[in-house]
Design a protein around this ligand. Structure first.
Ligand SMILES: C[S@@+](CC[C@H](N)C(=O)[O-])C[C@H]1O[C@@H](n2cnc3c(N)ncnc32)[C@H](O)[C@@H]1O
Length: 209
């Protein structure tokens, strides 16, 4: 938790409490429904919370912003971002019900009012959002195909509406067809070795409606 305070010193007291509560909630629920690996749960703040919050280093979502987290799994990056931006609404979607059960319990345990969840494939969602966030779900061409019509027209931020994707490793091949993508190195935000190869991709998506 010190890690989170170190990189995000401006958190309000309520947010600090919510981030602190995450560890116990995940440890507890993970014993009942295994959604986070053992190694990852021991390093929850580094591998999940801080990693998810890299998106908050790129952009501060304004009040009223609508975000969808596609393939949220156990709630990443959606839950840490929902704590960080309480006036932004987050729709967390996953095709595996047991993962969303954990997400629902963690959301209830934290008392988060800005999160809703759907158990479905993202291809079934019809709504639109300012940004589509995600981590480790599909290769970029497949992902873009799934979500390109989910991006709203109205711009609220300097950063163009579109996809914000947390990815590891070499992205060059995946991004050849997306010249408008910008890749950010998480090592520019965080000094821990875990982030050395981690990246954040922003891909603006133009509304076609
Ligand atoms: C590797 S996990 C990543 C989970 C989480 N984003 C994280 O980083 O911890 C990928 C997740 O994407 C979900 N998923 C894959 N394709 C999907 C789709 N088309 N619609 C919704 N969820 C999907 C899977 O069920 C799985 O929970």
């Amino acid at each position: 938790m010190q890690l989170i305070k170190h990189y995000f010193p401006e958190l309000a007291e309520e947010q600090v409490v919510q981030f602190e509560q995450l560890e116990e909630l995940y440890k507890d629920w993970n014993l009942k429904i295994n959604v986070v690996s053992r190694k990852d749960i021991d390093e929850l703040y580094l591998r999940h919370v801080l990693h998810s919050l890299a998106i908050a280093k790129l952009i501060a979502f304004k009040p009223g912003t609508k975000i969808i987290d596609v393939g949220t799994g156990g709630g990443f990056p959606g839950i840490p971002l929902a704590i960080m931006f309480p006036e932004t609404t987050f729709h967390l979607v996953d095709s595996i019900a047991k993962k969303l059960k954990v997400v629902d319990e963690v959301v209830a345990g934290l008392g988060l009012l800005n999160v809703k969840t759907s158990h479905c494939r993202v291809e079934e969602i019809k709504d639109t959002y300012d940004f589509v966030v995600s981590r480790a779900v599909a290769a970029m061409p497949t992902f873009v195909h799934w979500v390109k019509d989910r991006v709203a027209k109205k711009q609220r931020h300097d950063l163009k509406n579109g996809i914000i994707y947390l990815k590891g490793g070499d992205l060059a091949e995946e991004l050849v067809d997306f010249p408008k993508a910008t890749v950010y190195n998480l090592s520019d935000y965080y000094k821990e070795e875990f982030f050395e190869t981690k990246k954040l991709v922003h891909l603006p998506i133009k509304y076609k409606g």
